[in-house]
Design a protein around this ligand. Sequence first.
Ligand SMILES: [Zn+2]
Ligand SMILES: [Zn+2]
Length: 308
Amino acid sequence: MMLALKVQLCKVVIDNNIKIKFSGEIMFKKTFMALTLIMSVSANADKMSEANIAVQPAAGDVYMLQGPGGNIGVLATDKGLLLVDDKFAPLAEKIESAMKGIEDKELKYIINTHYHGDHTGSNSYFSHKAPIFAHENVRNRLSSKADHQVDSLPVVTYKDGVTIHLANEEVQLTHLAKGHTDGDTYVYFKNSNVLHTGDLFFEVGFPYVDLNSGGSVKGYLANVRHMLQHTPDDVVIIPGHGQLTDKKSLLAFAQMIDFSINKVSAALAAGKTEQQILAEGIGEKYQHLSWAFITEEKWLKTLVADLK
Ligand SMILES: [Zn+2]
Ligand SMILES: [Zn+2]
């Protein structure tokens, strides 16, 4: 498949005049990653039209697609394709080209890991090609937006999870309560041994916990621990944002969140104000995880708001 992939990627470059490279060759800087979380499509339409989609093999039949927005997972088999998340609307055709460049087969299924616009922005485009699966709260939240398009909504919803069988792969979708939002799903490709975490893992730094959409920092930590407990030690991990990684870095991420919760809880119990907690900071060990979208200050404010 590697050989076929290289040949077809060249074809994509010629046909669409877009640059696709293995992302092993591309280092996304943290400043660039910040752009990936900006959820206003219109304000970024120009940047989007120039953006590239990078394809990187994860393991087995699973690939990661990177560019603005949350990371995409693609299962590519001779029986068809499965897409996990779909970034922003202006990227839809580039995503499709990149996907078909891996395996020129029909798109069979789409999964939304949660409702945020950097993971569901191309739903309206792809929903005409295959059914979208998601937790019921994803559909509820998308449909409650005043300007939503009916064809952007998931059409197969579940409460706890569902398993999709495609070719030799068993794609396990598991909902975990109240973490990043209240509609999070992680996706485990059993035979390829790849985990797509959705936004339950920010490899890039401090996590975004969307308290206004049912998220919770303690729930988030519980969900990260759940994924650690329910996947093999050698699993290959596609994080919601950041680079392809492994369980060691997911474990370090869990430890950082645990440290943060304990630190802020102790400070609040000691009667410290938000201002004092911000002035003290997260501490030397983890301050380097501050990044453009979730700065140290924003992370601490989220912890205070949720734990007080
Ligand atoms: Zn995201
Ligand atoms: Zn998100």
